[in-house]
Design a protein around this ligand. Structure first.
Ligand code: LLP
Length: 385
């Protein structure tokens, strides 16, 4: 039996909770991203933070994508999965000396640098190795991403990037740093951005900054626009593959790229979210005073997004076709925030039913923890079960 895209009979034998990845969907998604970027000659670096699962990284690397990393271990994971170092960009406000040295030794494509002290440290460490480090300045464009405050990154109040007001001083310092080569500028305004037009002010800001750099006599070879394209959590089946065509077309239309200049992107969520689901079993159905609780064996340790960002993941009961009833679907963790959803319509459920939490391929497995001494959820793949 299959329900939706879920091979229920095959999944039944697996100990829950676990992540299930639809590798066909991932392949189809990658194909479309490639087609849409190719139209304009855009370059894609998959944001490893969304899902660093080895098989997923290997597949994405084999399709020719680059990688966007935010820690030394992400850089290592990317290289081990087959991403060439020459396609790796490395962002993050707190890169340590160890991480910088690793990236220098590997000759990654670019450091997306977020502060003056970081720039100075990269210069010093590159100098010691007799290397020239390629860097892009991450600029905080003060553009509102209109998304959850925890995943907004491009406002002045956020910790990320250089503020516009400090650019003059940064450029002056850069001229004294002999082991640094400035290759471009980098932006990332936030994540789960649902309205494509939200990116238009970013393009305008980039266009203004291009003029600013030109006036300083600086030629930028690379413009990195970050990631952030949102997905449909409410109704995943209606949009299993996000609207990459409109997204890239918008940048093509609004960005004024100079001759030979390359635009780079760092999409994470929109590439992997819909291909993953968290599969869990109902342990108990408990009748409360006013409501029924479906207590499941997955918790906030397996998928923290609902507890951390009040995020919604669609839940389906793949074991039941009974009429729907209302449940609070909750996990077993000793925290009141360990609730996936409240007062939710689910096909009537009983102990042992399998539920799937949809759209969990991004920021799901990778954010799992072992709080309460729990085991980490294991991944399973549609082409290997
Ligand atoms: N580039 C940079 C510099 C980033 O900080 C991020 C995400 C991305 C690219 C990828 O963004 P995406 O295309 O995935 O939106 N844990 C949160 C999301 C945090 C995003 C952090 N930065 C969540 O579960 O919603």
């Amino acid at each position: 039996m299959t329900k939706g895209n879920f091979p229920v009979d095959k999944l039944k034998g697996i100990e829950t909770p676990f992540y299930y990845y639809d590798m066909d969907l991932l392949k189809k998604t990658l194909k479309i991203v490639k087609e849409e970027t190719k139209k304009y000659g855009f370059i894609q670096h998959y944001a490893v933070k969304a899902n660093a699962n080895r098989r997923i990284l290997e597949l994405i690397a084999s399709e020719g994508f680059g990688a966007d990393c935010v820690s030394g271990n992400e850089v290592k994971a990317a290289v081990n999965a087959g991403f060439p170092a020459s396609k790796i960009v490395f962002a993050g406000v707190g890169k340590t000396d160890k991480e910088i040295n690793l990236a220098l030794d590997l000759n990654i494509f670019s450091f997306n640098v977020e502060s003056l002290p970081e720039l100075e440290v990269i210069n010093e460490l590159a100098n010691k190795k007799g290397k020239l480090a390629q860097v892009a300045l991450r600029i905080n464009p003060n553009v509102d991403a209109h998304t959850h405050e925890y995943i907004t990154t491009g406002l002045n109040e956020n910790k990320f990037g250089f503020s516009l007001a400090h650019l003059d001083a940064v450029i002056e310092t850069l001229q004294t740093l002999k082991s640094i080569k400035l290759i471009g500028i980098h932006f990332h305004i936030g994540s789960q951005i649902e309205e494509i037009k939200t990116f238009e002010p970013l393009c305008e800001k980039v266009n203004e900054l291009q003029i600013y750099f030109e006036e300083k006599g600086i030629k930028l070879e690379h413009i990195n626009l970050g990631g952030g394209l949102g997905i449909d959590y409410e109704n995943p089946d209606a949009h299993l593959i996000p609207d990459f065509a409109s997204y890239f077309e918008m940048f093509h239309k609004y960005l004024k790229l100079r001759d030979g200049q390359m635009a780079h992107f760092e999409l994470g969520r929109s590439i992997v979210a819909q291909c993953g689901a968290l599969v869990t079993r109902v342990v108990y159905v408990k009748q409360g005073e006013q409501k029924a609780f479906a207590i499941v064996d997955a918790g906030m340790t397996d998928l923290i997004r609902p507890a951390l960002y009040q995020a919604y993941h669609k839940i389906e009961n793949i074991s039941s076709d009974l009429p729907v009833k209302k449940y609070d679907v909750v996990g077993p963790i000793c925290e009141s925030s360990d609730v996936f959803v409240k007062s939710y319509d689910l096909n009537e459920t009983s102990r042992g039913d399998m539920l799937v939490l949809r759209s969990a391929g991004a920021y799901g497995e990778i954010m799992a923890s072992q709080y309460n001494c729990r085991e980490l959820p294991k991944p399973y793949y549609s082409d290997k079960i």
